[in-house]
Design a protein around this ligand. Sequence first.
Ligand code: MG
Length: 466
Amino acid sequence: MMKPTFFSFKYIAKISLFFLWASMAHLQAQDRSRPFNVVFIFVDDLGYGDLGCFGATDIKTPYIDRMAKEGMKFTDFYSASSVCSPSRAALLTGRYPQRMGINRVFFPESWTGMSPSEVTIAELLEEKNYTSGIVGKWHLGHRNEFLPLQQGFDSYFGIPYSNDMQSVVYMRGNEVANYSVNQQNTTKTYTQEALKFIEKNKDGPFFLYVAHNMPHVPIYASDDFLGTSAKGLYGDVVQELDWSVGQIVKKLESLRLLQDTLVIFSSDNGPWLVMEDHGGSAGVLREGKQFTFEGGMRVPTVAMWKGTIKPGSVCTDLATQMDWFPTFANLLDIPLPDDRSIDGRDLSGVLLGQAKRQGDDFLFFDGENLQGYRKGKWKIKKPFSGTNGSPWQMAVTAHDTLLFDLRKDPGETHNLYTEQKDMALMLFKEMEAKLKEMGPLPKSLVVIENADQSHLKYLKEKHEKQ
Ligand code: MG
């Protein structure tokens, strides 16, 4: 048989087919109006060092590792806050939580919540007729006007705040579905709810936000996972979360939806280190939850989108949880709201392997106080008076101005301030200018109200009135 030569019909046909395939693949990736599904899996207080693909050896996370292997791992991905509520507000709106006055976490006594006038991802996607569902922790206000159904979601099942707060209940829609929650089954229950949502909405497009309460204290694993890890109960809990990710990916696979679905896994903030063996690990990073060191705000993040994200890719550039909002908008050709500032930057070029993220700077807020700024590889931190420590917070020693080269020193151990004073001064000026650009920020929405007005009391009164 003759080998195909350069001019042979067979050779030309093969080459043409290759170019046709390549241009179709390109067109598919470029078709900005083609709706795709989004599954956003958000876990609570998981540390940077708690996943296999981020270096953990005592916790096995094969399903999340698979997402990284078949998708993209982000090494320098930030949550906009080192605590729950502000982090969630930023994720859903693409804005620094300080713009919304959400500087702290909501409690069951809180009368306030994220303003219904904010535009959430679910509301953004309404433009393209998405069905949006949330399973799990909301924590952006639990009174009627603040609940997910009033913020663009079509369905809600879950605990409306943190699982360590009094009166833990499951809500379905706007009503309580269960007053006595067995937290041992929370991860399993959420998984079943997520699978049901996917099955029901398989014809798409859909946005499913799975916000697990675990591994936030008090931690619980179901009987099937107790004793399965080399890191005690905490490890068991994370391995059950990994199983849950596997269930969701398998469901998408069985419905042949993996090519049409962007699956993202991330954490809302760093590990709660004061909880000792019931808290996670920040790996090589410094400190954890409640602090603006890297361990508090750099979160393990992976994204998988078969046929669109190149398998095994790694993004080492700075990116943030606020970026998803403008990224979805750009991929779907939906205009951004023009009456407010969106702080996130479009990551579509990063996901498609075609361009870098625009902008490489980030502000580190602690509540209403701006404490630090990253620009490229540099991070500056303002002087800090330290904390004495409590059952809820680590003791951290006071420090003067800090300057770090995060590329060489992600653990923030070597202060370069005296060696690089000019750089420090420039970054300081830029940081202050960025804050000024944000304009006057609203007063904090989150205040601790009268404890008599607990959510449970409110719910019971509401129920009695009916
Ligand atoms: Mg959290």
